[in-house]
Design a protein around this ligand. Structure first.
Ligand code: PBG
Length: 350
């Protein structure tokens, strides 16, 4: 016996019983027992579906590297959003593909642009769905970088004004949340100030706080037509090796007025999700990006893994690490599966 009255041979140092007293398998024997003690829950309302919108009508163009993902016009987008809302998906995240691109990405703040028109349509037709807009220049610039170029480099401070214009245009359209994904320093603060000055004090900011310069964005760049024409994004997105820096980015964005913060990608960065959540306690989103989605699909297509199981395991893992909100191209399928596996309480015979 130790000073704490615990037998050190039969019990671990913190008083946990050892085998054979403790048999973890006892609580795994039936589905009912497993459900009872399950620690992490995934609900459709926690899922956000990214959607790609362009001009026109009746447009539905498949993204070859992302099965089930399309570029659509606003009318078609409403069909997809309605289907997502019908299975309880919590929100949508909009990306726009403009008709014309230029050096400063002026299409981004066109009040008649595809994103702005989609926001207005969604807020009229499906007011219960949270509408988040991605705020970035890369879809709108002819060079594909996330801001204005000067001497071959993205000019941080000159880009801030463009992001403000884009955010205000999204807010005017009625976006619930604007989500800057550009990784310029100081953008959350200037966007918050501008929104407040224009009377949009209730428009939320979800900042892509820790966005890494990842190899897993490849398929997205086909979907959003936003591949940089030269160079890469390492000059503004984070080095994938850094964790202290991710925390500083998150804290800085919170200080500047972010209501929610994001870690992206999700799967290869679950340690960052966990650390940012435990150290900030802020509402946290994690983005399961296009490459993560494409990999699961590609392996399933070859019969190497089971699509549904891998999808659900990847999503519950992101929640377990500490994300409150999961942004995923699987949102609709996962929500439908969650609904079909949920059995409502039955009348109990007496
Ligand atoms: C735009 C943006 C990107 C993604 C979201 N917003 C691409 C990038 O930074 O190149 C990636 C999303 C995905 O891969 O699913 N700045």
């Amino acid at each position: 016996m130790t000073a704490f009255g615990v037998d050190p041979i039969r019990y671990t140092s913190y008083g946990m019983p050892r085998y054979p007293e403790y048999r973890p398998r006892r609580l795994r024997r039936t589905a009912a027992l497993r459900n009872l003690v399950r620690e992490t829950v995934l609900a459709p309302s926690q899922l956000v579906l990214p959607l790609f919108v362009r001009s026109g009508s009746g447009v539905r163009t498949a993204v070859s590297s992302m099965p089930g993902v399309f570029q659509t016009s606003v009318d078609e987008l409403l069909i997809d959003a309605r289907a997502a809302a019908a299975v309880g998906v919590g929100g949508v995240l909009l990306f726009g593909i403009p008709d014309h691109k230029d050096a400063e990405g002026s299409g981004a703040w066109d009040d008649e642009g595809p994103v702005q028109r989609a926001v207005r349509a969604l807020k009229t037709e499906l007011p219960q769905l949270v509408v988040i807009t991605d705020v970035c220049m890369c879809e709108y610039t002819d060079h594909g970088h996330c801001g204005i170029l000067r001497n071959g480099e993205v000019d941080n401070d000159a880009t801030l004004d463009l992001l403000v214009r884009e955010s205000l245009s999204h807010a005017r359209a009625g976006a619930d949340v604007v989500a800057p994904s550009d990784m310029m320093d100081g953008r959350v603060g200037v966007i918050r100030d501008a929104l407040d000055d224009a009377g949009f004090e209730n428009t939320s900011i979800l900042s892509y706080a820790a966005k890494f310069a990842s190899a897993f964005y490849g398929p997205f760049r086909e979907a959003a037509e936003s591949t940089p024409q030269s160079g890469d994004r390492r000059g503004y997105q984070m080095d994938v090796a850094n964790t202290n820096e991710a925390l500083r980015e998150a804290l800085q964005d919170i200080e500047e007025g972010a209501d929610m913060i994001m870690v992206k990608p999700a799967g290869p960065f679950l340690d960052i999700v966990s650390r940012v959540k435990t150290e900030t306690g802020y509402p946290l989103a994690a983005y399961q990006v296009s490459g993560e989605f494409a990999m699961i699909h590609a392996a399933a297509e070859r019969g190497w893994i089971d699509l549904e199981r891998a999808m659900m395991e990847s999503l519950i893992g992101i929640r377990r690490a500490g994300a409150d909100v999961v942004i995923t191209y699987f949102a609709r399928e996962a929500a439908a599966l969650l609904l079909s596996s949920y059995s409502p309480p039955q009348a109990v015979p007496r």
